[in-house]
Design a protein around this ligand. Structure first.
Ligand SMILES: [Zn+2]
Ligand SMILES: [Zn+2]
Length: 99
């Protein structure tokens, strides 16, 4: 008799706490390992134009397009003429972006 009461007490105490956690952190995130389309697009946006492996780090000026990672930008800088691969504007300088 006493044991049953104890279990009921625990359940009634736990439920409101769980509800509070969901209110703070929002609904549970989708299962790990299942990528949404949005995630894939965001990743593609961040990937370097040349190697497609590393995050883009170098901003081209004056067009402000983010195109290459640092090692690939070293390769890109040797090209003549130096044109942005996105808008084909003449690149005058580079800026390393720190997230
Ligand atoms: Zn790269
Ligand atoms: Zn550009």
């Amino acid at each position: 008799m006493f044991a049953t009461e104890f279990i009921n007490f625990n359940i009634s105490r736990a439920a409101p706490i769980r509800r509070t956690v969901e209110a703070i952190h929002g609904p549970k995130p989708p299962k790990a390992g299942v990528k949404s389309v949005e995630d894939s697009i965001n990743e593609a946006r961040l990937q370097c134009f040349l190697c497609k492996l590393t995050e883009k780090r170098v901003l081209l000026r004056p067009c402000n397009h983010l195109c290459f990672c640092e090692p690939c930008n070293d390769t890109f800088q040797k090209q003549i003429p130096l044109l942005c691969p996105i808008c084909h504007m003449h690149v005058q300088s580079f800026e390393i972006v720190h997230f």
